[in-house]
Design a protein around this ligand. Structure first.
Ligand code: AMP
Length: 277
């Protein structure tokens, strides 16, 4: 496995890889969720490229950029064990050299949910992913359903900007008690870690109600909100029951829909979602 920092070396090494090339972009501090993306890419592609870049442009001024967890040596050994051919670990200066002033923005899809709570977040995501796509030029790129809106926004950007890349969205990998794996789970103390299962419990309760015939989106949102509110260490930021494609809030669940939420557990902000219908 080759580890590369500069764009020039990345392009040179990439040119030597056999196609199709699969690409897994990450912010590092890897867990089994990330590795599931690498394994899927390994199974489907002749070569696999991963990136590790904690992208300053997608963090708000009061978010956790400075304390975002990092462990490059461990990440590299996990990627090597999973069969990655090339890892790109650009620095912020490589990605955003002096004078940088070009941004990629997806409009409507970024307005609700995470976009409403984190102004500028998706502009940072789409800009860096467009740059990564241009540099790595993969045939396929792998994203997690854990970040459902991000996957939808990337799919939209890929179509709108004509990137010749297939976007593959992989299922959310969970801990045994249902908590979605996340690099941010490391912020949780033992009590908070237990309380953090509340997201999975709330989503499960709403899904069960839907399976029993409940179609009123307000009722599903209320079931989720009440489950979260009953957990003393949790503070609800939003719950949503939205159309899977447009991410617009629903009145009635008729087809494929996204149940999603953002919840503070202590000071840690967690997101999770289920697809229903
Ligand atoms: P991140 O390092 O958090 O930017 O995540 C990199 C990629 O891994 C994104 O496409 C995420 O959606 C995906 N990912 C993160 N957590 C999980 C998980 N628990 N299961 C599946 N994919 C995940």
């Amino acid at each position: 496995m080759q580890t590369i920092i500069t764009l020039e070396e990345l392009r040179a090494a990439r040119a030597l890889l056999p196609g199709p090339a699969g690409f897994v972009p990450t912010m590092g501090y890897l867990h089994a969720g990330h590795i599931s993306l690498v394994e899927r890419a390994r199974a489907e592609c002749a070569s696999v490229v991963a990136s590790i870049f904690v992208n300053p442009a997608q963090f708000g001024p009061n978010e956790d950029l400075a304390k975002y967890p990092r462990d490059l040596p461990r990440d590299l050994s996990l990627l090597e064990a999973a069969g990655v051919d090339l890892v790109w670990t650009p620095t912020p200066e490589v990605m955003y050299p002096p004078g940088f002033q070009t941004w990629v923005t997806v409009e409507g899809l970024t307005a609700p949910l995470e976009g409403a709570q984190r102004p500028g977040h998706f502009r940072g995501v789409t800009t860096v992913v467009a740059k990564l796509f241009n540099a790595v030029a993969p045939q396929k790129a792998y994203f997690g359903q854990k970040d459902a809106q991000q996957a939808a926004v990337i799919r939209r950007m890929t179509r709108d900007l004509d990137f010749p890349i297939e976007i593959v969205v992989c299922p959310t990998v969970r801990e045994a008690d249902g908590l979605a794996m996340s690099s941010r789970n490391t912020y949780l103390n033992p009590q908070e870690r237990k309380a953090a299962t509340v997201l999975f419990r709330a989503l499960s309760a709403a899904k069960a109600a839907h399976e029993q015939g409940e179609r009123e989106a307000d009722v599903l949102r209320r079931i989720m909100a009440e489950t979260i509110t009953a957990e003393p260490l949790a503070r609800l930021q939003y719950v949503s029951c939205a159309d899977y494609d447009t991410l617009e809030e629903l009145e009635t669940v008729t087809g494929k829909s996204l149940l999603s939420m953002a919840v503070f557990v202590g000071k840690t902000r967690l997101i999770d979602n289920f697809v229903i219908g």
